[in-house]
Design a protein around this ligand. Structure first.
Ligand code: HEM
Length: 396
């Protein structure tokens, strides 16, 4: 509830500040990867979307750089284990009475170890923020505010201000940070990876979306938050990705509170209910040619519907679920994805590695915290010099 309040009431300029993830890193990473791989068998190839989205999400939450091969950074390693554990099978999910089997197989031990690792990483992150925040700000009774706040800074500030109806305890704070990392990173990166997957399979759509971004920003510029409202086609591409590849296809399980009847079936109270948004997104009674990737279905000027994805009014597209348990991070997620996507399309031309055809791209899925692509997306980013800006000092 606290999180919902913070996002919805615009407690702070959080939404926009969160998005100022390091633009320089993004460009630098693509440059490095390109340079490193360019010589490899003469076939430059790279998969960047995944790491960049995690960059964006983890930087927004706690200025954490998500680089999986950075030895000093424990967060990516711990989150990778969490993802693996989520994707594993547990019989107790289907037959709760058999929970004891998890102790025999060792799953319970692994889950507890992962939880304790996640907690200790969160502790480290929170103390780092507290120590850093002691050294900034004006003091004299004021709450120190770092120049660019991330989510943890905001939580600490709100906790200290103590003006919430329900105060945030230290335990609440830790749980919130943990929730954010677990719920907000894989979902965001999976969305970006699927979007790029579909764009690479549909070069005409990629071209149209890219032209839209480049026209909105102009040459040698930098995509900023204020450009996003103009990027209607790109937003339609993202919605179409949510429809075909919902990152959380069964949402979070619910339990029926009272007996009810759905489609002639009697559902007793206390039944576990899974909502299949994957099927809803491909239901032919809502969507024409549901298996076709067609962003125009969301463009009013092309005869489509401007569907809302927040679960407030349109229930045929529910990537963020809905109701009281709906995703509290949707506005952060949408802005993070749009900005990352726009920047990647603005600065780079993307192509398939030599010898790979659009129809070769593997669409197999793997289930975990988020449903992601089973095999990494491999694309060739080429920096387009007409759309590269002087990044010195931009977007720290
Ligand atoms: C594309 C990105 C994202 C997608 C698709 C997504 C999707 C979802 C979905 C489907 C749920 C369950 C909702 C329901 O069952 O009705 C959920 C819950 C949640 N999400 Fe997200 N999410 C995304 C990003 C984020 C981000 C960036 C954050 C935080 C920074 C976040 C925080 C949460 C939390 C804390 C919950 C649990 C809410 C609860 O059960 O109380 N999510 N998300």
């Amino acid at each position: 509830m606290v999180i919902v309040n913070m996002f919805q009431l615009g407690h702070i300029k959080l939404k926009w500040r969160l998005l100022v993830f390091p633009h320089c890193w993004m460009i630098a990473d693509c440059r490095t990867s390109h340079a490193q791989l360019a010589g490899e068998n003469g076939h430059p190839a790279n998969s960047v979307a995944h790491n960049l989205a995690k960059y964006a999400a983890t930087h927004g939450i706690a200025k954490q750089r998500f680089i999986s091969d950075d030895e000093s950074n424990r967060l990516p390693k711990v989150l990778t284990v969490t993802q693996e554990l989520f994707s594993g099978f547990s019989i107790a999910d289907f037959y709760p009475g058999l929970e004891w089997i998890n102790s025999v197989t060792g799953l319970k031990k692994k889950l507890l170890k992962n939880l304790s690792d996640l907690r200790s990483v969160c502790d480290e992150i929170i103390s780092e923020h507290m120590n850093r925040n002691k050294t900034v700000g004006s003091g004299g009774g004021h709450i120190p505010v770092p120049e660019r706040e991330d989510f943890v800074d905001v939580l600490l500030r709100v906790q200290k201000a103590g003006d919430l109806e329900v105060p945030i305890t230290d335990d609440n704070l830790k749980a919130l940070v943990l929730d954010m990392f677990v719920a907000g990173t894989d979902t965001t990166s999976a969305t970006l990876e699927w979007t790029f997957t579909e764009l690479s399979r549909h070069p005409d759509i990629m071209k149209k979306a890219q032209e839209e971004v480049r026209n909105a920003v102009g040459p040698k510029g930098l995509v900023e938050i204020n450009h996003l409202p103009q990027l209607n086609y790109m937003r339609a591409v993202m919605k179409e990705t949510f429809r075909i590849h919902p990152p959380v296809p069964l949402l979070v399980p619910r339990e029926s509170m009272e007996d009810c009847k759905i489609d002639g079936y009697d559902i007793p109270a206390k039944t576990r209910v899974l909502i299949n948004t994957y099927d809803i997104g491909r239901d032919p009674s809502s969507w024409s040619n549901p298996h076709e990737f067609k962003p125009e279905r969301f463009m009013v000027e092309s005869g489509g519907r401007d569907i809302d994805v927040k679960g407030h009014q349109d229930f045929d597209l529910l990537p963020f679920g809905g109701g009281r348990r709906g995703c509290p991070g949707y506005s952060f997620a949408l802005a993070t994805i749009e900005l990352t996507l726009a920047r990647l399309m603005y600065h780079f031309d993307w192509s398939m590695p030599v010898g790979v055809r659009a129809e070769d791209v593997n669409l197999d899925e793997i289930f975990g915290l988020a449903t992601r692509k089973k095999t990494a997306l491999v694309l060739v980013p080429t920096i387009n010099e007409d759309y590269i800006c002087d990044i010195q000092g931009q977007g720290q």
